[in-house]
Design a protein around this ligand. Structure first.
Ligand SMILES: Cc1cc2nc3c(=O)[nH]c(=O)nc-3n(C[C@H](O)[C@H](O)[C@H](O)COP(=O)(O)O)c2cc1C
Length: 178
């Protein structure tokens, strides 16, 4: 049986430059459908997203991360990944929940041959407050949520060589004992 997922994961690279081509709304909807299928701790489905497509708002989001935030400028879409952390039980796993959903987005973007990149927000700073606080204020996110990252998506504006199976050190996988 062909390992289609391996082919996809080898092709997927972090793409940080984008062409200005408009991505069809239906493709963005398909990407978000996949994000919603990600596993979540306790099945709580505590991960929520804000899909930002207005270029002005994308630039404002970039300003919320003082070092490197501007790399999202020019992306067609930025998905802001956040998790409901108000519930104590949920907050134990919020990073994992958010990271898995984000990974799904990175993979499905590649499936549509789109470039995408995780732009980190947790523990990062904006101009006056944390990046998380500035983003929540900008987007009107109610209290009880924490932002993990921004996933920038756009038509690839740079070509990256795919990974090859040789790039990965098989010694990292241990069987039975370390
Ligand atoms: C938790 C996490 C945080 C990351 N943060 C950033 C970031 O803030 N900016 C960025 O350009 N790339 C970021 N990346 C992308 C990594 O730099 C990238 O995945 C890594 O260099 C491997 O390259 P590849 O994705 O092309 O395989 C992040 C990735 C992860 C998983």
């Amino acid at each position: 049986m062909e390992n289609q997922l391996l082919e996809l994961t080898l092709k997927r690279r972090s793409v940080r430059r984008y062409k200005s081509t408009k991505i069809d709304d239906r493709i963005i909807d398909e990407i978000m459908k996949v994000a919603l299928t990600a596993p979540t701790s306790f099945g709580h489905k505590a991960v929520e997203f804000v899909v930002v497509r207005e270029q002005k708002r994308i630039r404002e989001l970039g300003v919320c991360k003082s070092l490197g935030g501007s790399q999202i400028n020019g992306a067609d879409t930025v998905v802001v990944t956040m998790v409901r952390t108000a519930d104590e039980r949920q907050s134990e796993f919020w990073i994992e929940d958010g990271a898995i959903a984000s990974t799904y987005i990175l993979l499905v973007a590649e499936q549509y041959n789109l470039g995408a990149c995780w732009v980190h927000i947790r523990n990062r700073t904006g101009n006056r407050k944390t990046s998380d606080e500035e983003i929540r204020k900008l987007l009107g996110v109610p209290t009880g949520y924490t932002v993990l990252n921004l996933i920038a998506i756009g038509e690839k504006g740079e070509l990256k060589s795919p990974h090859t199976e040789d790039d990965f050190d098989k010694c990292l996988v241990h069987y039975e004992t370390f």
